[in-house]
Design a protein around this ligand. Structure first.
Ligand SMILES: [Mn+2]
Length: 449
């Protein structure tokens, strides 16, 4: 289907969902003004940090810019109020292609202070106006009561619903995957050619034709032992004068892209030729495990159960690869798999890379906490049609966690000589983005729509 018709259907669906949300949260028939957000300047400076619009704004307007508003009223076309100042320091031009702009009534403003007048001309009564977004002072100046500024029950309801993607959103998420895969291919090639973390990161950006601030998150580009740092943040670079540069053995790269603000989140692990054969076999084992977990996804099954199944399979892998002794049951019972996989199996994915509502049991705000032994699991939702989430199992050799195992009562269950060989190689993670569609589970990272 054409993007314009997908987008129109998306906006129609958003209007129905907003009316439903207002009805259920005690705000029936209220108008809603959603603010994209403002720039945050550094202290005593005219430079601002990287801007990221509110997720609930981006679900309506696919442009990530500050000081934009969207006004939603029952039986009215949504109104888009972008502030486009007369500014000769920055380019304030806004491209508004028909495919999305035709879904809105567009009323540009010259300044945020023009909003009051613009709202007055809509005839919306301030008593019946809800404001969503930062800048509560602005909401107050429009006459909104405190109870109508970011009402938590409404935000929770919208957070919960955001897990259900429209066809337009899935289309964007698929594009974000295709886009990122070009970067992953270039990163792989740069790694095999001997590039350092900086070179690999730049190869990724260039292949995707993006700038750093446009990424959905800070790329994790980890060579060798750095792969065991779960959110490794550096891009280590060497000059030709550095004589102690280690050879590339393993690359763990966790990198995504955005398409109309929808994110992809993909991790691949690559070995250079000649890497320790136990590690190469472990990588093959993890690739098989990851695809097997994807195969187990069913509508109605619990993400928590899937996470537990991952640990059961990891226990088998630890035994079969000779990293641990004893039985898989024993490793699970003693929590030893958590030493090697301390993060959750995955998370909801959408306008934010760790999308909202992952632990909500229902739209009313009841929370489903993760099991106490898995506190880092980001989603506990029952898997449902229209959801998109990541599946990202891994196995890591993390010194601080291994030290605890080595000095504890279960040290005898681990093959320390093998672990010491694998420690300099960091770890493995394989991450794909999964859509639970009407015709079954679809891997957006491995298959085009
Ligand atoms: Mn992820």
């Amino acid at each position: 289907m054409h993007t314009e018709s997908l987008f129109k259907a998306h906006i129609n669906q958003q209007q129905l969902e907003m009316a439903d949300a207002l009805e259920h949260t005690g705000f029936a028939d209220c108008a809603v003004l959603i603010y994209s957000g403002k720039l945050h300047y550094h202290y005593a400076d005219d430079h601002a940090g990287t801007f990221r619009a509110w997720g609930h704004f981006l679900r309506w307007i696919p442009v990530d810019r500050p000081d934009f508003f969207v006004l939603l009223r029952a039986s009215h076309k949504p109104r888009f109020l972008p502030v486009l100042p007369n500014d000769y320091w920055h380019d304030q031009h806004l491209d508004m292609p028909d495919w999305w702009a035709s879904s809105f009534d567009i009323h540009p403003l010259l300044s945020v202070s023009d909003l009051t007048q613009a709202m007055r001309s809509t005839g919306v009564n301030a008593d019946r106006l809800i404001f969503l977004g930062e800048n509560e002072a602005l909401a107050t100046s429009l006459g909104c009561a405190a109870s109508h500024i970011n009402p938590s029950n409404l935000l929770t309801w919208l957070d919960y619903q955001r897990a259900y993607k429209t066809d337009y959103e899935v289309h964007c998420l698929a594009d974000a995957n295709a886009h990122a895969l070009r970067g992953h291919q270039a990163a792989h090639d740069c790694f095999q050619a001997g590039g350092d973390e900086y070179d690999i990161h730049m190869a990724y950006l260039q292949a995707c034709k993006v700038l750093d601030p446009e990424l959905p998150y800070n790329n994790i580009v980890a060579l060798n032992a750095n792969g065991a740092v779960l959110h490794y943040q550096h891009k280590k670079r060497y000059t030709s004068a550095d004589s102690h540069r280690p050879a590339n053995q393993v690359l763990l790269i966790d990198a995504g892209c955005r398409a109309h603000s929808y994110c992809s989140d993909i991790t691949r692990t690559w070995c250079a030729p000649g890497v320790n054969t136990d590690f190469v076999a472990l990588l093959a084992g993890m690739q098989t495990l990851q695809l097997a977990i994807v195969d187990e996804i069913r509508v109605g099954s619990s993400f928590v159960e899937l996470h537990k199944r991952t640990h059961a399979k990891l226990a088998d892998l630890l035994v079969n690869s000779g990293i641990c002794y004893g039985s898989a049951e024993q490793l699970l019972a003693k929590g030893i798999t958590r030493t090697f996989l301390p993060h959750g199996l995955g998370h909801l994915l959408g306008l934010q890379v760790h999308d909202v509502g992952g632990r909500l049991a229902d739209p009313l705000g009841n929370v489903a906490p993760p099991p106490p032994e898995f506190p880092t699991l980001r989603t506990t939702r029952a898997i449902d049609e229209r959801m998109v989430f990541t599946i990202e199992p891994g196995i890591y050799f993390i010194p601080v966690l291994l030290q605890a195992l080595r000095s504890g009562p279960d040290a005898g269950l681990a093959n320390w000589s093998l672990i010491d060989t694998l420690l300099p190689l960091g770890g493995i993670r394989i991450e794909d983005n999964i859509w639970v569609g009407p015709h079954g589970v679809h891997n957006l990272t491995r298959n085009t729509l």
